[in-house]
Design a binder for this molecule. Sequence first.
Ligand SMILES: NC(=O)c1ccc[n+]([C@@H]2O[C@H](COP(=O)([O-])OP(=O)(O)OC[C@H]3O[C@@H](n4cnc5c(N)ncnc54)[C@H](O)[C@@H]3O)[C@@H](O)[C@H]2O)c1
Length: 463
Amino acid sequence: MPSPRRRFLRNIAAGSAVAPIAASVLAQNPAVTELARRPEPKSPNDKIRIATIGMGIIGFIDTDTALKVPGTELVAVADAYAGRRTRAGEVYGKNVKAYADYREILDRKDVDAVLVCTPDHWHAKMAIDAMKAGKAVYCEKPMVQKLEEGMPLIDAEKATGAVFQVGSQYAASILYDKVRDLIAEGAIGKINSVEARYNRNSAIGAWQYSIPTDASPETCDWDRFLGSAPKIPFDATRFFRWRNYKDYGTAVAGDLFVHLLTGIHHATKSLGPNRVASFGGTRYWKDGRDVPDFVMALYDYPDAGTHPAFTVAMQCNFEDGGGPETMFRFVGSEGVISVTFTDLTLTRLGMVPSSEAAVLKGYNSVTTFAADQQEIYGKKWRAENPPESIKMPKKEEKRWKVPAGYNERLDHFTFFFESMRNKTPVYENATFGLRAAAPALLANESIDTGRVLGWDPLMLERV
Ligand SMILES: NC(=O)c1ccc[n+]([C@@H]2O[C@H](COP(=O)([O-])OP(=O)(O)OC[C@H]3O[C@@H](n4cnc5c(N)ncnc54)[C@H](O)[C@@H]3O)[C@@H](O)[C@H]2O)c1
């Protein structure tokens, strides 16, 4: 990972006219600071030619984002569904060649980098094939669908020397850089736990994506979609809602825990947990899926030198009737950092001393002592704790937010192309990718087996 980039904080509470914020908000909380965007990338003289494999939802989003980085050009796409090949032509023009077979993209000498945006069960194979073909690879998360795909991918990255970046954009966010800096500065003292959740409350949120009316074996290349997955007859639901099936996806943990784990690993500089226990089931979305729609996992992170031991409680709930919520609480002995998609709040209070009233008259054991013992105890306590020695800390709260329209995915792509041009380390290499994907995959395995599982993030192996 490259060293932290410089950030400039601009305190909009000071009255800057650049970032408008409601006066009422400022009045309630004068300490909202806007995090500065990273410097705009310079326009290069050369062009990096990209091609996207998998033109589904994120394929279009990633391609659009990559094209916002100066010096990029889309030359080809690949997709197993004819309708998306047509759509790519409608959006990007007829000069962008659309293939059914991604290997035709890899054969093209004019393609410098590929974006792998296919279902999870294709990531490792396509990424390795592309690196062997001399391409740089931006591979969507989770990096692998199966644990055993991890080391071959890391080996291929090393052997080919290819620029390979996993597409978990939290790692590039100025928000998580701020969390990392605050933790490193000791703002929350000694970290002891992290609570993280990614909850949703809608059919689309629960992956019931729309299926086109022309879905058929004629328009969908079913064998190409299946790849190494078990051979079964064409099923449009599986083709378009593949996340709901173990054969192609990685369940809520592989889809969403990976984002949370990436944020945690980036913010704490951790390499990963060494124990995983997970619980959950399919409780609401009983639509034929064979993966849980509710998962709650515990991850134990050992003392790593860079941080003390801490425990993570993580959940993903697709039937949160309170509304969707994605959040973290990084908890330490001196304070807490609460993080949402767009802002973070540092609350500091620390461990508070007990007042005389609390010890002698409050919810404590003293009032249950016999009267003479209460008196003796009280005298002794007052002698040992003179009023001037009891200093009640004041609760402090500070908030930061990202600028309006901030897009961490754009930063992530900018880093990727910078690595290609400058030969600098990528922001999230294959080892980082496996360290985020493996604990998620182990959460699934823990539910399936009912066991607490061990993991060695240093060796990257099951223990
Ligand atoms: N980083 C993020 O924020 C983020 C967000 C969403 C999705 N993702 C990841 O992106 C990947 C794609 O997700 P999605 O929601 O776009 O899925 P999607 O189903 O919308 O798109 C996948 C596309 O891949 C195509 N495809 C399948 N097999 C193929 C093959 N062998 N060759 C060529 N094309 C093939 C499908 O036809 C489909 O168009 C997933 O791994 C997901 O986890 C990442």
